[in-house]
Write a protein that binds this ligand. Structure first.
Ligand code: LLP
Length: 429
């Protein structure tokens, strides 16, 4: 097979690149992985994970910043272990996520517990483990947490997640800091909620928290939110309430198509400037990045089953589907699609669709590709909110996950089997 003169450029990470005309993850051929391990297959690059974390470390320098990886983006144990080893903390939203952190030897003292619906049993587990902080999202939650902690003879460390009502200028489904969202406590109500917190026997106020949304590519919304938090800190100080840390949440955007990723160093430099200017320079900054640590460290590899030209559109029917990667159909999200071994054939424009029985089952629309049956495609930027949002719809076992490390690779989640899917079910006899 001859190689076309122009190969596409993978988006987002230099650790996915063409070598001898075929796509590689670090030193390993993606086609080789697909042949050995089958498809659909999530492929992660360890070097890309490290580089993404390194970008935060570079921006932090000697300042006191704790990066709590927003592990909802990708909670595979191998990914978590990598971040734990590099010194990251974790932002969790369930007892299950806490158990994952503990399973990889992560430090519970670097865990922040977010989420609007924490249950008493989850609170108990987190208190027993000794998490750094609960990001409390409502006054009723504050009361419940105080009761649970008090009954255990403890005081729960708490930040209130305030809703600063800023527009992150991102997709409405993933914007969380606007008034109409279910998240957080309205900033006007925060001083009263903090006074309540300070008076509760099972609560110790340690911080203030916000998270305004996801895939944000500008610094302005973060700085607007920060300004509002700093005003709140002034007001709290006047009421005799001090906090040790400021949690600015996650949300840094990545490149899927032609976006300019928000560089952690740019954002952090501006944050340090502001907190210094306002006299809060000694406070610890906590960040909860998810997508920006893993999004461009992963591909979803799939095989072309059929080419189906129709009068209206050309379809490429592949073996990955909306159950493997729901972002395109759920958010109309763009993910790049690369031929793993591009051909010199004349390209055509295709909608890349899966085998699931829904018209919404698509991965990409109107893409120019030169492929044949049996070829492999790589869906880019699939490291965040890919496998974690996968389902078994249509009784499709979930994909395997593999982590490449230089010239080697490790299967970090085996492909599910139909037997495993059926095992939890029973009939009435
Ligand atoms: N902290 C909190 C409280 C969050 O709710 C989130 C994400 C993060 C941190 C991490 O945000 P990131 O740095 O990843 O933007 N499934 C959607 C994204 C949902 C984000 C939910 N919250 C997607 O695929 O785009």
């Amino acid at each position: 097979m001859t190689t076309p003169a122009f190969l596409p450029t993978p988006v987002g990470s230099p650790h996915f690149a063409y070598r001898d005309g075929t796509l590689h993850a670090e030193g390993v051929s993606v086609a080789h992985l697909a042949e050995r391990l089958g498809t659909p297959l999530y492929v992660y690059s360890r070097a890309a994970l490290r580089a993404a974390y390194g970008a935060y470390r570079d921006g932090i320098g000697a300042r006191d910043v704790l990066v709590c990886y927003g592990m909802k983006a990708n909670s595979n144990l191998a990914v978590l272990r990598e971040f734990a080893r590099m010194g990251a903390g974790f932002d969790i939203v369930s007892a299950g996520e806490l158990q994952r952190v503990l399973a990889v030897g992560g430090d519970p003292g670097k865990v922040v517990f977010s989420g609007v619906g924490k249950q008493a049993a989850e609170m108990r587990l987190a208190l027993e483990a000794g998490v750094k902080c609960f990001n409390v999202e409502s006054v009723p939650e504050l009361h419940r947490l105080s009761e649970v902690a008090h009954a255990m003879g403890k005081r729960a460390p708490v930040s209130l997640r305030v809703n600063p009502d800023v527009d992150p200028k991102t997709h409405p489904y993933i914007s969380t800091g606007l008034k109409e969202n279910k998240f957080g406590i309205a900033i006007e109500e925060a001083p009263a909620a903090y006074r309540t917190a300070a008076a509760l026997p099972g609560i110790e106020v340690v911080g203030v928290d916000c998270h305004i949304g996801s895939q944000i590519t500008e610094t302005a919304p973060f700085l607007d939110a920060l300004d509002k938090l700093l005003d709140l800190l002034d007001e709290l100080a006047a009421n005799g309430i001090q906090v040790e840390h400021l949690d600015l949440g996650g949300g840094l955007g990545i490149r899927y198509f032609d976006e300019t990723a928000l560089a952690p160093s740019d954002l952090l430099a501006r944050v340090f400037e502001r907190i210094d200017a306002r006299g809060y320079g000694s406070r610890q900054i906590v960040l909860e990045p998810g997508r920006s640590l893993v999004g461009n460290a992963g591909l979803l590899v799939t095989r072309v089953e059929y080419l189906k030209p129709t009068e209206a559109r050309n379809f490429l029917i592949v073996d990955a589907a909306m159950n493997d990667l729901i972002r395109p159909t759920l958010y109309e999200a763009y993910h790049g699609v690369l031929a793993v071994a591009p051909r010199t054939d004349a390209p055509a424009r295709y909608d890349v669709v899966g085998p699931v029985c829904e018209s919404g089952d698509w991965l990409a629309k109107d893409r120019e590709l030169a492929v044949r049956e049996g070829d492999y495609l790589a869906v880019e930027s699939a490291g965040a909110y890919g496998m974690v949002m996968a389902s078994n719809y249509n009784t499709r076992p979930r994909a395997a996950e593999v982590m490449v490390d230089g010239e080697r690779y490790h299967v970090v989640r085996a492909r599910e089997t139909v037997e495993q899917l059926l095992a939890l079910e029973s009939t009435l006899g």
